[in-house]
Write a protein of this length. Structure first.
Length: 186
């Protein structure tokens, strides 16, 4: 069983913002596999289904980003997954829109949602898919930037990155993280 988490902030106000790239990627996965995101438990919106023969739990924490770990620790205590089968998808300002970076494990960097998860579950030994949202233009406040929406001219690259995030999850499940990194990094 895999737990696949997309990070974001709950509520209409934050829909389709840069910080909600993880939520949008989860929505693409749920749509492709006809998984209904209709259970509210563990402080998260959850959908259970299958990708191929593998059972998956799709997760969109309903805490705010900085408290994502509260939801994830509850989910991990309930489902008891091996951490190499907990995949987190989230926004990354250090990558251009349209780029992905897949890692087997690692630090949170400057991402507060990841800091919260690592602190709460007590490990950074889990795969992650970072979705590029670009750096803020000069003079922009970082918080304002990540809570902004993408301009129309970036929509095509953005949609492509969500599609590749879905393919990456499939590859991790089918062939492992190394294969996914070789195929989809960059």
């Amino acid at each position: 069983m895999y737990i696949i988490i997309g990070l974001g902030n709950p509520g209409k106000k934050y829909e389709h913002t840069r910080h909600n790239a993880g939520f949008d990627a989860i929505d693409k996965l749920a749509e492709k596999y006809n998984i209904k995101m209709d259970k509210l438990k563990h402080k998260a919106l959850i959908g259970e289904g299958r990708i191929g023969t593998e059972k998956v739990v799709l997760v969109k924490p309903q805490t705010y980003m900085n408290l994502s770990g509260e939801s994830i620790v509850s989910i991990c205590q309930f489902y008891k997954p091996e951490f190499d089968k907990v995949i987190v998808m989230y926004d990354d300002i250090d990558l251009d829109v349209g780029k992905l970076r897949i890692r087997k494990k690692g630090s949170a960097g400057s991402h507060n949602g990841m800091k919260s998860i690592i602190k709460c579950i007590g490990t950074q030994e889990f795969p992650r898919i970072r979705i590029g949202v670009s750096k803020p233009p000069e003079g922009w406040d970082l918080a304002d930037f990540v809570l902004s929406r993408f301009p129309k001219e970036q929509q095509g690259d953005l949609e492509e990155s969500f599609e590749r995030a879905v393919l990456t999850v499939e590859e991790i499940i089918d062939s492992g993280i190394e294969s996914a990194m070789n195929k989809y990094n960059g």
